[in-house]
Design a protein around this ligand. Sequence first.
Ligand code: DI6
Ligand code: FE
Length: 417
Amino acid sequence: MTARAKRVAPTARWDRLLLDCTLATLAGETGYGLVEHGAIGWRDGTIRFAGPMGELPREADAIAESVESMHDALVTPGLVDCHTHLVFGGKRADEFEMRLRGESYEAIARAGGGILSTVRATRAASEVELFEQSLPRARSLLRGGVTTLEIKSGYGLDLASEMKMLRVARRIGAELGVTVRTTFLGLHALPPEFAGRRSEFVAAVCGEWLPRIAEERLADAVDAFCEGIAFTPDEVRRCFERARELGLPVKLHADQLSDLGGAALAASFAALSADHLECAGPAAVDAMERAGTVAVLLPGSFYALRETRVPPIDVLRRQRVPMAVATDLNPGTSPLRSLRLAANMACTLFRLTPDEALRGVSVNGARALGLGDRGVLAPGLRADIVAWDARHPAELAYWIGGQFARRIFVDGTEVPA
Ligand code: DI6
Ligand code: FE
C-alpha cells in the first residue's frame, strides 16, 4: 500500500459525482462506449467510477461531497488537440487574399512570405507580447472543450526566439490550468540568415539548439517539416537521430503536399505520430502500423489550401492505425480555432465516421502525445471531463460551428467554459 493510500481512509468520499449523464466513455477499441443513464465520479483528479447509475456502490449522497444531475446531457473525456502552432506573432490574412486571387501557397513561401513572414513577426514580439497574442487562441480551444493541447515552436528559427516560443507555450498551460505539451520544430523553414547554407542550419539545429532545449526541458518532443518547400528526409533523419540520443520522442509533418517517404521515415524512428499524410502510400501505412505510430489527420489545412487528395483513410482503417484529428492551428494554412470543427471536417472531407472523429480528438489525440492517462472515461484515469449541450455523441461532429461545451473539468477542477 502506498503512503498516500494509507492516509486516505477507504471510506473517504469522492469530490464530485455527476448523475443522469449520457456517457461517451470511448472505452474499447472502437465506437462511443455509450452508457445511457450513467454516472461519473472522481476524487483528487482521478476518475473513480464511470458507468451505469444502477452500478453505483452506495447512495449518491454517501459517495460524494457534491452530487448533481446532468439531466441526460452528453459527457465525454476532455478533448485533446495534438497538433497546433498557436504561439506566433502577427497574422496572415493578406496571404489568404493572395491565395484567393490565385497565388499558390508554395509560390508565396518561395517569395519570402508564408512561414518566414510569421518568423519576422514572432521575432519582433517580446515574450509578453507573444503570450498576450497567443493566449486567446488557446482559450478558444479550451472553451470548445480542449483540456490537453500540443504547441510547437518553429516560428522563431533562432535559438533565443525558439526558446521564447516554448516558454510562452508552457506559460499558457500554467495560466489556463490545462496540459500543454511542447514540441521543438526547428526544421520548419530555412531562416534568411542561413540562405544558401542549409547544411550549416541543420548542423546548428541538431548540434547546438536541440541539446540546449533538451537541457532546459523546454520541449516534450521534436518535430520537422518534411516537404519539397521545407526539409529533405536526410536532413530530418539527422535531426531525429540527435533527438533519439537526447531521449526525446519525435513526430513529423509528413507527405502533405508530396510523397517524400516522410511517414515511413517517421515510423522507422518509432515516431509518436506522422501528421497530414495526404500523399502517403500503403507501404508507409504498413510501417506506421508496425511502429505504433499514430496518424494525425489535419483537415483544416486540407480545407484552407483547397487540397484534393485525401489521406488514405481506408488503408489506415484496415490496418488499424489509430487516427487522431487536430486543428493544426497556424497562421498560414489552418487558422482554425475549434477542434470540434476539425472533427466535423474530418467526417465531411475525409469520410471518418463521427465515432472515429470523436476518438480522434480524444483518446487517439492523447496517444499521439504519448499520454496514456486520459482521453477515456474510466476509473484510474485523469478527471478531464466535458459536459455538452448535446444528447448524442454524433452531435459533436455534426454541428458546424457554435459553442456546445457547458461544463469543463480539468484534473477534477471546474474551469469556466
Ligand atoms: N504545418 C506547418 O508547419 C506548415 N503547414 C502545416 O500544416 C506551415 C504553416 C505556415 O504556413 O505557417
Ligand atoms: Fe502543422
